[in-house]
Design a protein around this ligand. Structure first.
Ligand SMILES: Nc1ncnc2c1ncn2[C@@H]1O[C@H](COP(=O)(O)OP(=O)(O)OP(=O)(O)O)[C@@H](O)[C@H]1O
Ligand SMILES: [Mg+2]
Length: 493
């Protein structure tokens, strides 16, 4: 409550009354101002303000008491107004009260007859002001609470993690849209539902564990699977400021991509191990035969075994280089320097590199329809483009029977230059084509059973093409052949 000295305004045209009141109130320690008519009273009230009590005479020149009361009420709801008059009638008293006067003090009055009602009025005013302040405070708090609640619930409802809030009576008192989506049947539960109604005994067990835990703040976690997706469920205690457990919060985070990555990594490791194992065992077997010399010395046979060993070692070298390139790309260490590059000489170089391989396989390898005198500029890294094209031409040769044909041709539109590597080899089924760019994928074609390879070549090719903001596609049919097309952005300058 305010400790300020109450200020009182006395408005009366009788000097004696004004000065008498001033004296009585001053002795009591109140602040006093006086005015000799309604108009002056109103001016004083307006200019000095913050009066707690106003005493108003009814009959005054310039502005009468009733009119003044009316103006004062418009200016201040809480000021306590007393009518002081010697000519009181019931009617005027009623009228004055109707206009907002709090009480009525008949003249003449003794100091006590004046002070008692004024003290009462002041007390009433203090109470009114206090309850008003409390009401305003409560409304402000309620507003803050409402804003805070709506902010928190907006945040919780926007979260992609599922959130459940459970009170200590094992009731789910809040859950967000993600929780409804993740936990089967959760969206059908009433707004406040018992924990036992939740279709997950694992979450129930985690919550119970946390609610009964002595440790602060208790947390329990578990990986759970809902609808083929894996979630990390963390349940934590909600603590009162006193440290008492008032409930629990369960947060469900989708960790499916992490799990898939983990599985892919394990699969990748076991595939790599497997890919190393078979050529190493083969080389060991071949070289042991040479060293053991079973069946006596035979230089011809030894040479054959050593050559086969070298071939397997070459496969291993290719595997190591593919793996190093792939990991370099994964870790962002592989950089492509895309510069304006005429692909015509690159195509000639690649076909020449693969020429021996083609001749071994009796494959007719040629570049067709290449404009001899016109450069074909693309934006590419020469080394990366060489790896891409060599892999594709090498595959076309590898997966074609003896006497087959491999053709390399180019076409171009204003945005892209497309290189087509076409063979009339063993081809692939639509299902095989879907996986052809996956790491370690090798089609199970009986005709290619003895063709060496690791299944990493095309995944490397795809990544390199992606780094060029290019595209790679395949069209193929079993026993008819395949065409791989690489599209590279043209160099626009
Ligand atoms: N031109 C093609 N014709 C038919 N099948 C093909 C062709 N190119 C690729 N394939 C199929 O796609 C698989 C994956 O090819 P990829 O180049 O990635 O691996 P790879 O040739 O087996 O081994 P390497 O890592 O040594 O290249 C091949 O094993 C083969 O089954
Ligand atoms: Mg290959």
């Amino acid at each position: 409550m305010s400790q300020e000295v109450p200020r009182i305004l006395v408005v009366d045209d009788e000097l004696g009354i004004r000065e008498g009141c001033r004296k009585i109130f001053s002795v009591e320690g109140y602040g006093v101002e006086v005015a000799c008519n309604g108009l002056e009273g109103l001016e004083t009230f307006k200019s000095q303000g913050s009066f707690s009590v106003v005493l108003v005479d009814l009959n005054m020149p310039k502005m009468g008491g009733l009119e003044l009361i009316e103006h004062l009420r418009e200016l201040d709801d809480d000021v306590v107004i007393f009518v002081i008059t010697a000519y009181a009638t019931i009617e005027t008293a009623v009228e004055a009260t109707r206009k907002g006067a709090y009480g009525y003090i008949p003249k003449p009055f003794t100091p006590d007859e004046l002070l008692l009602p004024v003290r009462n009025g002041l007390e009433r005013r203090a109470l009114t002001l206090e309850s008003k302040r409390l009401r305003e405070e409560r409304e402000r708090r309620l507003l803050e609470l409402a804003v805070e609640r709506s902010r928190s619930s907006t945040i919780i409802s926007c979260m992609s993690d599922g959130v459940l809030v459970i009170n200590r009576d094992r009731q789910i008192v809040l859950r967000n849209a993600a929780a409804n989506r993740i936990i089967p049947g959760c969206d059908a539960l009433p707004q406040v539902a018992g924990l036992d109604a939740l279709c997950s005994s694992e979450i129930q067990a985690l919550v119970d564990e946390v609610l009964s835990q002595q440790a602060r703040p208790g947390i329990a976690s578990k990986e759970l699977v809902f609808e083929k997706l894996t979630f990390l469920v963390n349940v934590s205690q909600v603590l009162e400021p006193s440290g008492e457990v008032s409930g629990a919060v369960a947060v469900l985070r989708d960790i499916t991509p992490l799990k898939q990555l983990e599985t892919a990594k394990t699969l990748f490791m076991s595939m790599v191990a497997h890919e190393f194992k078979s050529p190493l065992y083969a080389v060991e077997g071949l070289l042991s035969s040479v060293v053991g010399g079973v069946g006596g010395p035979d230089p011809e046979r030894d040479r054959h075994f050593i050559e086969r060993s070298l071939l397997r070692i070459k496969t291993l070298q290719a595997l190591v280089s593919d793996l190093l390139n792939l990991t370099a790309m994964e870790t962002g260490r592989f950089t492509v320097n895309r510069l304006p590059l005429d692909i015509t000489p690159v195509l000639h170089e690649v076909t020449e590199t693969c020429r021996d391989h083609a001749m071994d396989q009796k494959i007719d390898l040629s570049i067709v329809d290449l404009p001899a005198d016109k450069p074909l500029f693309v934006l590419a890294d020469r080394e990366a483009l060489t790896i891409v094209l060599t892999n594709l031409v090498d595959n076309a040769i590898k997966y074609s029977p003896e006497g087959g044909q491999v053709r390399v041709c180019v076409d171009r539109d204003p945005s892209y230059t497309r290189v087509h590597i076409q063979d009339n080899g063993i081809g692939m089924s639509p299902e095989e084509q879907e996986h052809v760019f996956d790491e370690f994928f090798r089609a199970k074609n009986k005709k290619a059973i003895h063709v060496p390879g690791t299944g990493l070549g095309l995944s490397l090719v795809k990544r390199l093409v992606d780094l060029h903001q290019g595209r790679i596609s395949v069209r193929s049919a079993p026993d008819k052949g395949s065409t791989f097309t690489v599209s590279l952005p043209n160099c626009s300058y």
